[in-house]
Design a protein. Sequence first.
Length: 126
Amino acid sequence: MSMKHLNRPNNKLNSKKIGKHYEQIACQFLIEQGLVLLAQNSQYQLGEIDLVMRDKTCLVFVEVRYRKNANFGEAEMTISFNKQTKITHAAQLWMLENNFNIEDTEFRFDVFAITGKNQQWIINAF
């Protein structure tokens, strides 16, 4: 087995580290745009929310996606309908847990996509 094979970042620990790194990039960018961080990596049995932020009076649930390059499509294209449903359910649980009334609270779902060196903030992505 070559050293090249041993050093490939394909295990879960490295994936988590890479994910956290790009979540920090997204978080910093969004803070610079005036959003306020409320929570990071809120995990529930049926899904996870990468970032929960506030944009004036609106709660913003942010999904961060990263792709090293666009060979297999842009990062934002990796969010399936199933993933959107999981994020939506997790957001509802987060709001209940944090005493936000779902009926009276303005909220949206954004995507922060990083493909290679390009980054894109998609407001109201789904």
